[in-house]
Design a protein around this ligand. Structure first.
Ligand code: GLU
Length: 444
């Protein structure tokens, strides 16, 4: 058995009931084969892959809090510090009922390579809880966040591990967590990113993941003789990533006709109204069923169905494994030319292979959605300098970072004879830097 196969088999054996983690490791290691094969002896001797797939440490803890009826609720909290060979652990906190250790490990593993691809000094980590902020009062959310941080604060710090937002964790949650960290640790430091602008947040961080997704997609299309302007785009999701992806796509001259949430999806033939979407999702925290009140010509459908709409470009911005093989077949039959992942691992392994085989330009999430964490690293820089940069400064740095990521993954794919395969390119480019740093730092 080859080295990659041995490590894959052992990951599956040692981490039962963590299918998403297996999937993420498989996708990365499979595409690293050319690099691993070329250095097999040295990597094997150093157990480089075994060290890469085993987190530095994993915290799992009880999060008790009191709801509005006076009832005590207990959730489970997680923080996985995966790899800090190129910088302090960095990665978001996901608050969603689907969260378990396997999900956090898949996200943390992806984060290592994503953060490396940004070119900035940040390691990989991830955390969260099975707490569901949906339908909770502000006071309940605050009670949860304070309890969560009471435990988490023991393991994080501005130079150690810097969490941020993810699904379910936005400005409100980051604010409550920052307040609690400051109170317990007595430190006013950049321990979290995605902070409010009045207490150390960065301009353009809110928009960064969605905007970055479009900057990378536009560059990918341009370098393949196409143009984002004039394209019909399908977006899934209606959260932070989706909203700002739609906004930037429209600014760049594309027409976005769909979005979705956990209950249903919208088709708006005239193009999604971002202001309406922001009011429904960011202000009212309501369901997409309300969209028709703002746009009578739009259709609302229960369930899932975004990928059945004919489009040139598909941007999955909701959650993992939301774009299946059947969806990929429909997209290809409808003439899709590019898919770029705004969410983390939204495309299943089989769907990804199908899109690649059918010559669809495919930008994997660890490259395409890296704009969020990259801008978090810019927030860390501003906190260290005790300065804030203008929106234009941050946005233009973000643009430069996304264009660089595209070219780094494109070059890496070419170097190993996989021209145009950005999955292979992104994994190799992300891996090389981490592997070099791990090797230089000895066995640890
Ligand atoms: N949760 C985002 C991600 O998946 C952002 C993480 C961060 O800003 O640290 O990359």
């Amino acid at each position: 058995m080859g080295y990659v196969d041995e490590v894959l088999a052992s990951v599956i054996e040692k981490n039962p009931s963590q299918p998403e983690f297996h999937q993420a490791v498989k996708e990365v290691l499979e595409s690293l084969r050319p690099v691993i094969d070329a250095n097999e002896e040295a990597y094997r001797k150093d157990a480089l892959l075994e060290r890469l797939v085993e987190p530095d440490r994993q915290f799992m803890f009880r999060v008790p809090w009191v709801d509005d009826k006076g009832q005590v609720q207990v959730n489970r909290g997680f923080r996985v510090q995966f790899n800090n060979s190129i910088g302090p652990y960095k990665g978001g906190l996901r608050l969603h009922p689907s969260v378990n250790l396997g999900i956090i490990k898949f996200l943390g593993f992806e984060q290592i390579f994503k953060n490396s691809l940004t070119g900035l000094p940040i390691g990989g980590g991830k955390g969260g809880s099975d707490f569901d902020p949906k339908g909770k009062s502000d006071r309940e959310v605050m009670a949860f966040c304070q309890s969560f941080m009471t435990e988490l604060c023991k393991y994080i710090g501005a130079d150690t591990d810097v969490p941020a937002g993810d699904i379910g964790t936005g400005a409100r949650e980051i604010g409550y967590m920052f307040g609690q960290y400051k109170k317990i640790r007595g430190l006013y430091e950049g321990v979290l990113t995605g902070k409010g602008l009045s207490y150390g947040g960065s301009l353009a961080r809110t928009e960064a993941t969605g905007y970055g997704l479009l900057y990378l997609t536009a560059e990918m299309l341009k370098c393949n003789g196409s143009d984002i302007a004039g394209k019909t785009v399908c977006v899934s999701g209606a959260g932070n990533v989706a909203i700002y992806a739609i906004q930037k796509a429209q600014q760049l001259g594309a027409k976005v006709v769909t979005c979705s949430d956990s209950t249903g999806w919208v088709y708006d033939p005239d193009g999604i109204d971002v202001a309406a979407l922001q009011e429904i999702k960011e202000v009212k925290r309501a369901r997409l069923t309300e969209y028709k009140n703002y746009r009578p010509n739009a259709e609302y459908h229960e369930g899932r169905g975004v990928w059945s709409v004919k489009c040139d470009v598909a941007l999955p911005c909701a959650t993992q494994n939301e774009l299946t093989l059947d969806d990929a077949k429909t997209l290809v039959a409808n003439g899709v030319t590019a898919v770029a992942e705004g969410a983390n691992m939204p495309t299943t392994y089989e769907a990804t292979q199908y899109l690649l085989e059918n010559k669809v330009l495919f930008a994997p999430g660890k490259a395409a959605n890296a704009g969020g964490v990259a801008t978090s690293a810019l927030e860390m820089s501003q906190n260290s300098e005790r300065l804030s940069w203008t929106f234009e400064e941050v946005d233009s740095k973000l643009q430069g970072i996304m264009v660089n990521i595209f070219h780094n993954m494109d070059d890496a794919a070419k170097r190993y004879g996989f021209e145009g395969n950005y999955v292979v390119g992104a994994n190799i480019a992300g891996f090389e830097k981490v592997a070099n740093a791990m090797t230089a730092q000895g066995i640890c």
